[in-house]
Design a protein around this ligand. Structure first.
Ligand SMILES: NC(=O)c1ccc[n+]([C@@H]2O[C@H](COP(=O)([O-])OP(=O)(O)OC[C@H]3O[C@@H](n4cnc5c(N)ncnc54)[C@H](O)[C@@H]3O)[C@@H](O)[C@H]2O)c1
Ligand SMILES: [Zn+2]
Ligand SMILES: [Zn+2]
Length: 368
């Protein structure tokens, strides 16, 4: 059946998001309809509203949500009505060499569902009946969403929706970058540039992995206080554009073993690379503007054997990593309660974006 839902939409770049009543159509083959319980507001959603991430408008935002399955389409065997699920924003064809190798974040077909469902169409319409695009096959900043089964992972229904939602991006991106991409080893030193929803999860991932030294860097003092709560052993307040590599080299006698860039800035990626010790690893997690670039001193590559790499969605396999993250939460190792600074109603979505932009929240979550 078709359902009415309120949704947060970007209609025009660099304008506040708008909340509209939309129609969400029934699931087709391989799809299900989900009633959302909560959706986190990620910097990538903000990036879609200002053109950093070029996405076709009008766009229903949201890619970090938890909900309950209310209707299933033809041929769906892996989910049933009543199942609790978390959204996953990567498209997995299941057939290409990367999917076959267990690296679905690199799926060769991911271009198929950037702002639509995998079949290239959407189940969402506005009041005039015009189609509405959806963020990364999700568009879950809405009361209902019809999605492909491969963009959903079944989870333990005992986990509250608002906390479970965070696993759909911030937690898996941050902790996954530490566990899966970098494979941080116990006793090592880690620097984290940017302590927002993603960076705080890199910090707690590093803590869980047993890093000996975790140095948090941010321009915002309030974020550094949060970083301490998540496991940072040292904090450094930086000015935008400042080169913090010398400070890091001094603090760690030669540079940290790992550095994570969690802001989305080419210059900062270069600083992260510059800061790491010989043989170290710098991981870019932040998503920079399309025209941005990063320069490294070429000679350091052979003489210092340093690595600069990236991490997309924590190099995760959603069906393995989401339950793993929630297991860490249940075991008391992963902090999710502390990540939510403020909860908003869907009507307050414009405020939630403004608060993200001004750096007020670890994570803001819209609850339905
Ligand atoms: N790789 C992925 O799969 C993936 C997934 C989700 C988000 N992201 C990206 O990660 C980045 C962070 O996302 P978020 O939701 O945590 O954002 P956020 O806005 O919550 O956090 C960004 C933090 O960076 C700090 N900051 C800004 N400029 C800085 C500077 N020059 N030096 C140090 N700190 C600085 C801010 O004060 C803020 O605390 C964004 O670019 C987002 O698009 C990437
Ligand atoms: Zn995100
Ligand atoms: Zn694939």
């Amino acid at each position: 059946m078709s359902r009415k839902a309120r949704a947060a939409i970007c209609r025009e770049l660099n304008k506040p998001v708008v909340v509209e009543e939309i129609t969400v159509d029934a699931p087709k083959r391989g799809e299900v309809t989900v009633r959302l319980g909560a959706c986190g507001v990620c910097h990538s959603d903000l990036s879609a509203t200002n053109g950093t991430l070029a996405m076709q408008l009008p766009l229903i935002l949201g890619h970090e949500a938890a909900g309950e399955v209310v209707e299933i389409g033809e041929g769906v065997a892996s989910l049933a009505v009543g199942d609790r699920v978390v959204s996953s924003f990567i498209y997995m064809c299941g057939e290409c060499r990367f999917c076959a190798a267990g690296r679905p974040v690199l799926c060769l077909e991911q271009g198929k569902a950037i702002t639509t469902l995998p079949d290239g169409t959407v189940r969402t319409r506005d009041a005039k009946g015009d189609p509405l695009n959806i963020f990364s096959g999700c568009g879950v900043m809405a009361e209902y969403a019809t999605m492909h089964v491969d963009n959903l992972v079944k989870i333990d229904p005992k986990i509250p929706m608002d906390r479970a939602a965070l696993v759909g991006c911030a937690v898996t991106t941050g902790v996954g970058a530490v566990f899966n991409t970098a494979r941080v080893v116990p006793g090592s030193s880690v620097a984290v540039f940017g302590c927002g929803g993603v960076g705080l999860n890199v910090i707690q991932g590093a803590r869980i992995a047993g890093a000996g030294r975790i140095i948090a860097l941010d321009t915002n003092e309030a974020k550094l206080a949060m970083a301490k709560q998540f496991g940072a052993t040292d904090t450094v307040t930086v000015k935008a554009g400042e080169d913090a590599s010398k400070v890091l080299k001094k603090l760690t006698s030669g540079g940290p073993d790992y550095a994570f860039e969690c802001v989305g800035n080419g210059e900062l990626a270069a600083t992260a690379y510059k800061a790491i010790r010989r043989g170290g690893l710098a991981v870019v997690v932040g998503v920079a503007k399309p025209g941005d670039s990063t320069a490294v001193r070429t000679m350091t590559l052979p003489f210092e054997e340093k690595t600069l790499t990236g991490s997309y969605f924590g190099s995760c396999v959603p069906r393995i990593d989401f339950p793993r993250m929630l297991g860490l939460y249940t075991a008391g190792q992963l902090k999710l309660d502390e990540l939510i600074t403020r909860r908003y109603s869907i009507h307050e979505a414009p405020q939630a974006f403004a608060d993200l932009e001004s750096g007020k929240n670890a994570r803001g979550v819209i609850v339905f």
